[in-house]
Design a protein around this ligand. Structure first.
Ligand code: MN
Length: 237
């Protein structure tokens, strides 16, 4: 089993830079592009993508290419690992002979090259994804932390899979925990923000547009003032 990076340090932003978090993009490239316009994303800003970039939605390959291109042209984008990225890596390492079937089921066939492998451009990107970030005022993670154990940072499986979260934890030492993974109604998310909850889920199930009530938007949370920008899915998944 490969050893994946747990985290890395995020440089502080310049005074004029904003920090945003988006989660569970699931290949919704057009919605992502529109949301970037809406937040007026600039090179002095920092954008944190909290995992599940791929699978289910219309254009996972286009979304990955967009993120990689933006990073290469100097935009500060920091991506985390979601369970969907980790599942794909596990499949590449352990069941490569059925990678085509896996990709078909998950809607990411275009990610494969002519040899039915994941090109190194994408494989390297996935392998380098860390599990969490710690900022001055918040932790960012795909699913959450295991607060049942003494050292939540030792349980990477919980970071990408857990659906069991308390509303607060002393372990966070006053910081917020921003996560996704479990599609949540907009009503509930706005309530968490209004209540100034310590633990905030920003997954409104963008890819489930038209399928689940009060879901179907991609959200950008400003990590300084906790303003929420809401972008309805522009194309059905
Ligand atoms: Mn997930």
């Amino acid at each position: 089993m490969k050893k994946y990076p747990l985290t890395y340090n995020i440089p502080s932003t310049s005074d004029s830079g904003k920090r945003w978090a988006i989660s569970d993009l699931h290949g919704c490239l057009m919605t992502f592009d529109k949301l970037l316009d809406e937040i007026h994303f600039k090179t002095q800003d920092q954008l944190f993508l909290l995992g599940d970039l791929i699978d289910r939605g219309p254009d996972s390959k286009g979304l990955l290419n967009r993120i990689i291109e933006l990073k290469e042209s100097g935009y500060q984008i920091h991506c985390l690992r979601g369970n969907h990225e980790e599942m794909l890596l596990d499949h590449v390492y352990n069941y490569s002979s059925t990678l085509r079937e896996y990709a078909l089921i998950h809607g990411v066939l275009p990610l494969l090259d002519e040899n039915e492998q994941i090109p190194s451009r994408f494989l390297n990107f996935f392998e380098e994804l860390p599990y969490y970030f710690e900022l001055d005022n918040a932790y960012l993670v795909h699913a959450g932390f295991n607060f049942e154990i003494d050292d939540p940072l030792s349980d990477t499986n919980a970071m990408i899979w857990t659906r069991e979260l308390p509303s607060s934890s002393n372990w966070l030492n006053g910081k917020k925990l921003i996560h996704g993974h479990t599609p949540t109604t907009l009503r509930r998310i706005q309530q968490q923000l209004k209540n100034n909850d310590q633990i905030i889920n920003i997954d409104n199930g963008c890819v489930f547009d038209g399928m689940r009530e009060d879901m179907g938007a991609m959200l950008a949370l400003n990590l300084n003032d906790y303003e929420l920008l809401i972008m309805k899915n522009v194309v059905h998944a």
